[in-house]
Every structure is written in structure tokens, then in C-alpha cells.
Design a protein around this ligand. Structure first.
Ligand code: AMP
Ligand code: MG
Length: 303
């Protein structure tokens, strides 16, 4: 594991959270930029560091279902069912919020997104800090999410201390579902695929998820999503493929398995972005349910 100059210990990270500071920490999805979710001034520092608009709510990370219930005004049976099936894991459940959660965390909404991450260090950090941790991804607004401590350091330099837990195993952001209507509504696809139609048939776009900006998760380099290598602009860029290689100066082969693909995606994009290619092109993965979260991120990154 590569150590960065800004790495801190678990106990120091927990102390920072308790003192009202901000630390980057690992989860199984991406690295988060965390602060005490009960401390509005601490959470404000996250928005400042990221340059994130205050209209974009943060996910609150908890270390147990019991802790989640404490910060929910209502915890319907469907929330309990989801949490017991998928937690700890990459699923955020949006419920009505308790007054203990300050408005800045939820962008003024009456709801809060709660998640218990499947990463031992994240869970220990929450336990040691003794408070829920509000955290978006540890990158500047609209940039690529970080999946290693090094990505966080490249983004924030000396401004952020990092609890290094190695590379993230899932690699893309959590699935977000709302249960505030008592039924299930998918707000953001992720590697846990929830079939919202099982319990409800939400009308398309009826409750847009705040903060789902069309351009998001982007490298600096121009990013193209192509169906075939014949659509590449020329040979001078970097081609990221899984099925059919192209004749380009830089060629990166990706795994054919969606979980393995997701785990590598942001690291490959971070690396290529550092290499200053005239363009990065990605061979579009198949439009099947297992790939829907990956396709969602690729579309946002290339828009
Ligand atoms: P991230 O940008 O990865 O930190 O994820 C935060 C995302 O979770 C937001 O952009 C929303 O899509 C979703 N989210 C968090 N809290 C809420 C909420 N209270 N209501 C609806 N969506 C939420
Ligand atoms: Mg983010």
C-alpha cells in the first residue's frame, strides 16, 4: 500500500471528527470526505473543501442499523428489510430525517440518506468517533471519485488528512433508494441492483434525486463513450476497452466482469487523466442490468 504524506492513524482520524474537523476515510465504494454529521459547522467545511453546492445532500454513514434508526424520524419496514439484507454494504437508504441531523447535511430536505459501509476501518472510525459521519466522495465537485488514498492526495494535497484503507473494493458510488413514500424508489443506480418495480412503480423523474448533476465524476481529459473502435477520432488517444481493442497509442483492457470492471474504473481514469492524452475513449459496456450503474457513471463522465 502506497503511503502518502497526509496519512493519519485511526485514533487521530476519530479525534479529528470529534473536534469538528474533516478527514478522508475509506469505504468499500469510494473514499469519503467525512465530518461529524451532527455538527453543522464541521459539515460546512466539507462543502467548502469540495466546492460542492449547498443544494447537494450528503450521505450519513452509520455503524449499525440501531444507529441509523436514531437519525431517522421514521423507519418503515421496507427500510428495515433493505438494511438487514444489504448492510453493511453499498446501499444508501433515504428516510425522513430526525431533527438531530442539521439542515446543511440534507440540503434543507426533510429526508436523510443513511448507509452502513462495508469497510472495517470506516466502521471503526464511526464507532471511535461516537457520531454518525456525513461524507460525500473525497474529490472536488464534478471531478472523478477517489478509490485510493493517493487519488485523494492528488486532489487535495496538504489540505486533507487521509485514513488509508487501501483500494476500494466496489469502486463506484452506492446505490441510493428512497423509502419515504413507504415504497421503494431508485434514485441512483449502484452495484447493488434494486428492482424498484418489485414493490412500486415509480413514475420516471417524479422525485429527482438532488445533486444528480448530469455532468459528474469527470476526468479533466475529454472523455468519449463509443460503441466500437471505428468511432475513435484518431490514433493518438487512450482507448479503454473490454471486448474489442483499437489501434491507439494507449490501450487499456478492462475486466469482462462488471464487479471487477467497477473496482478498476476510476483508478484507470485517474491514471490516464494524469498522462495528458488528447482524449480518452471508453468502449461502451452492454446495456444490461448488471452494467447499469457503470453505464450511468460513464454517461455522466462523458457528457
Ligand atoms: P455523493 O455525491 O456520492 O456523496 O452521493 C450523495 C448522493 O446521495 C446525492 O447526490 C443524492 O443523489 C443522494 N442523496 C443523499 N441524501 C439524499 C436525500 N436526503 N434525498 C435524496 N437523495 C439523497
Ligand atoms: Mg461524489
Amino acid at each position: 500500500m502506497e503511503k502518502t504524506s497526509k496519512t493519519i492513524s485511526l485514533s487521530d482520524a476519530a479525534a479529528r471528527i470529534r473536534e469538528g474537523g474533516v478527514v478522508a476515510f475509506p469505504t468499500e465504494t469510494v473514499y469519503g470526505l467525512g465530518a461529524n454529521a451532527l455538527d453543522a459547522a464541521a459539515v460546512a467545511k466539507i462543502f467548502e473543501l469540495k466546492g460542492r453546492p449547498r443544494t447537494s445532500p450528503l450521505i450519513v454513514h452509520v455503524s449499525s442499523i440501531e444507529m441509523a434508526k436514531k437519525y431517522a424520524a421514521e423507519w418503515p419496514p421496507v427500510a428495515d428489510d433493505l438494511a438487514s439484507r444489504y448492510w453493511p454494504g453499498p446501499l444508501t437508504v433515504v428516510v425522513k430525517k430526525s431533527p438531530a441531523i442539521p439542515d446543511i447535511v440534507t440540503a434543507g430536505l426533510g429526508t436523510v440518506g443513511l448507509r452502513m459501509p462495508a469497510h472495517e476501518l470506516a466502521l471503526q472510525l464511526i464507532e471511535l468517533a461516537g457520531v454518525p459521519i456525513a461524507a460525500p466522495s473525497a474529490n472536488r465537485f464534478t471531478h472523478l471519485s477517489p478509490t485510493t488514498a493517493r487519488h485523494v492526495e492528488q486532489e487535495f494535497g496538504d489540505a486533507v488528512e487521509i485514513l488509508d484503507g487501501g483500494p476500494c473494493q466496489v469502486g463506484i458510488e452506492s446505490t441510493v433508494v428512497s423509502v419515504t413514500s413507504g415504497e421503494l424508489e431508485l434514485l441512483r443506480p449502484g452495484m447493488i441492483s434494486i428492482d424498484a418495480t418489485e414493490t412500486a412503480a415509480p413514475s420516471e423523474g417524479s422525485h429527482p434525486s438532488p445533486g444528480m448533476h448530469p455532468r459528474h465524476y469527470s476526468p479533466r481529459t475529454r472523455l468519449l463513450l463509443v460503441e466500437t473502435p471505428r468511432a475513435l477520432p484518431d490514433r493518438r488517444g487512450a482507448y479503454v476497452w473490454w471486448k474489442k481493442a483499437g489501434l491507439t497509442t494507449c490501450s487499456r483492457r478492462m475486466p469482462r466482469d462488471p464487479a471487477a470492471y467497477a473496482a478498476r474504473l476510476y483508478d484507470v481514469l485517474h491514471q490516464l487523466d494524469q498522462e495528458n492524452w488528447p482524449w480518452i475513449a471508453i468502449e461502451s459496456p452492454p446495456a444490461t442490468p448488471e452494467w447499469s450503474a457503470i453505464l450511468d457513471r460513464l454517461r455522466r463522465a462523458s457528457s
